[in-house]
Ligand binder design. Structure first.
Ligand code: ADP
Ligand code: MG
Length: 327
């Protein structure tokens, strides 16, 4: 190796330019053979460095996101959930302004209908566009925040989550206030309100959330903040797992006798689903306002291209939460 080449290896290590280090010799050969101007050679090596840097960054973001592997839009069957439009979901994966506004995404439906799949697919799409996403089970995050609170660093821990443009809290309904001090969750929602986006999946619509937060006032204040700028998807269909199993004949051979079509729980779930809450597939839409005891219409997505449709869809739904608590 020439002295210049040896020196270059050292400099490129120091500057952390691994792609230039790997490619410069080949590109220099080509440049010498084809008589490139010096600036063309320099631009070529630097472009390669930039492109690989982007790829590495996306890869890092995908790993840190903890998104469920393989849950992509390309393998999500939209025909199984007629209430969810592919065009709307695709718009969400492009960010289309909602992430910058700190707007939220709420997905409701019984177990097995594709909530986690869909929210991970949206997360993956956002990562492709350079956003940072973090997926966690809500109960895991609640535990983590409780530890932080005990150690007097709750604000710092919540602030650390600010680096994620979208924080996905999966399975909110599995959190129970008696298991844990869930006001940390409320603090997180309040901190991110109108700044940083949250996506949330839950088996139960808002009516069941008073099981999650310590009291009705806090539940109402949390719901109020979450829905203020939000897109809501209701996936009130039959469990995809169960449909697939039924198609392959598994239900007949394996589960016969376990699933009772008259039983509200087993008829919407398959063995293996945790905490099945089949009866909670109530239509969503009107939420008791935090400022009075009458139900007020849900303020549906501001950033969403389907705002009109959503407003229409929600207007016929029954009120789910009533309280005269205030925030
Ligand atoms: P949920 O979070 O609503 O309980 P999941 O997202 O975990 O449901 O879905 C259960 C399984 O079924 C997963 O393996 C998921 O990939 C698959 N699945 C659910 N809905 C669909 C769909 N519409 N298209 C493709 N796969 C789906
Ligand atoms: Mg899920």
């Amino acid at each position: 190796m020439s002295t210049v080449a040896a020196r270059l290896q050292f400099v490129l290590n120091e500057l952390r330019l691994p792609t230039v280090k790997r490619l410069w010799a080949t590109l220099a050969d080509q440049s010498n053979k084809e008589g490139w101007m010096a600036e063309r050679f320099l631009a070529a090596v630097m472009e390669h460095e930039l492109a690989e840097r982007d790829t590495r960054r996306l890869e890092r973001h995908r790993i840190e996101s903890q998104l469920l592997p393989g849950k992509l839009l390309s393998n999500f069957d939209f025909t199984a959930v007629p209430t969810v439009s592919k065009a709307h979901v695709t718009a969400l994966t492009e960010g289309d302004g909602w992430i910058e506004q700190g707007a939220n995404l709420l997905l409701f439906g019984p177990p097995g209908v594709g909530k986690s799949h869909l929210v991970c697919a949206i997360g993956n799409g956002l990562i492709d566009r350079g956003y940072r996403v973090y997926f966690t089970r809500t109960s895991d995050l609640v535990q983590r925040l409780q530890v932080a609170r005990r150690e007097m660093r709750l604000s710092a821990e919540i602030a650390r989550l600010d680096r994620f443009d979208l924080l996905i809290l999966d399975d909110l309904s599995y959190v129970r206030r008696d298991q844990a001090e869930t006001s940390v969750l409320f603090e997180l929602i309040t901190e991110r309100y109108e700044r940083k986006s949250l996506a949330l999946t839950a088996n139960q619509p808002f009516s069941g959330w008073d099981q999650v937060f310590p009291d009705a006032a806090m539940t109402l204040a949390a719901v109020d903040r979450l829905v203020h700028h939000s897109t809501i998807f209701e996936l009130n269909v039959e469990s995809y797992r169960r449909r697939v199993a039924a198609r392959s004949g598994l239900l007949k051979t394996k589960f016969v006798g376990i699933l009772d079509p008259n039983d509200p729980v087993t008829s919407t779930s398959v063995p293996g689903d945790r905490n099945d809450v089949g009866e909670d597939a109530t239509p969503l839409g009107n939420v008791g306002g935090a400022r009075g005891d009458t139900a007020v219409p849900l303020r549906s997505t501001e950033a969403s291209p389907r705002k009109k449709e959503q407003t229409k869809a929600t207007s016929k739904a029954k009120p789910l939460l009533h309280s005269n608590a205030t925030n």
